[in-house]
Design a protein around this ligand. Structure first.
Ligand SMILES: *Cc1c(COP(=O)(O)O)cnc(C)c1O
Length: 435
């Protein structure tokens, strides 16, 4: 492992030597590898003629794009098993469409009130401001949109998105995504950030970007100085394997963290890439060393062409079991399944609650120790009728900010009379209505 990384660094130094513009992100973008011949030439490998034809066939449906930097991380002596190779180089397995695969598994287009906005949760929206990426991840959940010229959000679409946010006062968190927002020019992104942060009810903005992983040179001092003006701004990136943490990506993360921008990471659990507790533990530990807080591990979505990347949900739970207790709590992300059909993220984890009675809770820890938590004898909650003036707790709700409850929280509440949720088309209930 260490020997491999050493070799790699020497290799990058060579490349910097050979190409004097290596660290210029625009040079990297101009030299994005989009065809197999260039790939073979740069990697100095020769692919089997059948493999080559299969890759070309795949590219016709799902295009390829790889930065020279990201390509240089591939271990050419064992490229077929390399995690970077698997994330970046097309595979004919992408052409296998299984029965459960969907074009838009998360229903992002259906939950879209205006083009570019996905409004799924009450207080926050996903805002697709770019459909360009530095590298086309083979496991992209939005594969349907990759390279699609019809979906490039122009200024007019973005203005409409901003207008939607302005008109919906419940939106307090705007997540800029894409594509990759950092492939937009600084001035353009500056304009979007200025417009969005000027909206009085927007409290935070987040940017989701894979640039620190696949094009770390994009994190220039100029970009960072521009971003600094728009605090509070949070950035989430997407490292999937410890191998992706290189000197160059460390430098990009350092710049962002030094600018006071909180950093998070969202990984996708991928078969043959990171479906291993040891790899994931190493990854989260490397991330926190670089001031990045692991945020989510996603179960791979059921998008078309991803079936070969999908693991069991159980593998993710096994990984979570290997983290909690075994390493720093702040290095542990939440494992989520993004609900097919568009229900949002659902956290999944091992069971720690073994049993409970009226006054005792039986829990188990990561070592397998089973313990008893005795519930307090005299605990009474205040029954809540949403009238804060009559409550001893000191939150005073703004009168114009009406509290709305939803879902299971509603069933738990004292002030709402709903006692059950019944799915549509329940025959028993329909009989009641008809009788
Ligand atoms: C993931 C996601 C968000 C943000 O979810 P958080 O759990 O707040 O990070 C918002 N909108 C959509 C559509 C999403 O997929």
């Amino acid at each position: 492992m260490i020997r491999e990384r050493k070799l790699r660094e020497i290799n990058i130094n060579d490349l910097e030597h050979k190409y004097s513009n290596w660290k210029d992100w625009k040079w990297q973008v101009r030299h994005t590898v989009r065809d197999i011949d260039t790939l073979e030439k740069l990697l100095e490998i020769e692919l089997d003629i059948r493999d080559k034809r299969n890759i070309e066939r795949t590219i016709e449906k799902f295009p390829m794009a790889i930065t020279p930097y990201y390509l240089s991380l591939i271990d050419i002596d064992n490229y077929k098993n390399d995690p970077v190779f698997r994330q970046a180089i097309p595979s004919e397995k992408e052409l296998i469409i299984s029965t459960y695969d969907m074009v838009d598994p998360l229903g992002e287009d259906e939950d879209s009130p205006v083009e570019g906005i996905t409004h799924r949760y009450p207080d926050r929206v996903l805002f697709h401001i770019s459909n360009v990426c530095a590298m086309y991840c083979r496991h992209c959940t939005r594969k349907r949109k990759v390279g699609d010229k019809d979906h490039i959000p122009n200024k007019e679409i973005i203005e409409k998105g901003i207008e939607y946010i302005r008109k919906n006062a419940q939106i307090r968190d705007v997540l800029l995504s894409g594509g990759d927002p950092f492939l937009l020019p600084d001035e353009y992104l500056d304009w979007i950030l200025t417009e969005v942060s000027a909206i009085p009810h927007v409290e935070v903005i987040r940017i989701g970007s894979r640039v620190p992983v696949v094009l770390p040179y994009r994190i220039t001092d100029e970009l960072v100085n521009m971003l600094k003006k728009h605090q509070p701004l949070w950035i989430n990136t997407h490292f999937n394997h410890p191998k992706e943490i290189t000197d160059s990506s460390r430098e990009a993360l350092r710049k962002l963290a030094d600018a006071g921008i909180p950093l998070g990471n969202q990984s996708v659990l991928l078969a043959g890439v990171n479906d291993c507790p040891h790899i994931m533990k190493k990854l989260v530990q490397e991330l926190v060393k670089n001031r990045v807080r692991p945020y989510y591990i996603y179960q791979c979505d059921m998008s078309e062409g991803l079936s070969h990347f999908r693991t069991s949900v159980g593998k993710g739970i096994e990984i979570m079991e290997s983290l909690r207790g075994h390493t720093s709590g702040f290095a542990i992300p939440t494992f989520v399944v993004d609900a097919p059909g568009g229900g949002g993220k659902i956290p999944v984890m091992p069971n720690y609650l073994v049993s409970w009675s009226n006054d005792k809770v039986i829990l188990r820890n990561y070592e397998g120790v089973i313990t008893t938590y005795k519930e307090p004898d005299n605990y009474k909650t205040t029954s809540c009728d949403l009238n804060c003036d009559k409550c001893d707790l000191t939150l005073k709700i703004d009168n114009d900010k009406k509290i709305k409850v939803l879902g299971v929280e509603k069933l738990l509440s004292d002030y709402d009379e709903t006692i059950s949720f019944v799915p549509n088309n329940n025959e028993r209930i329909e009989r009641r209505i008809n009788e």
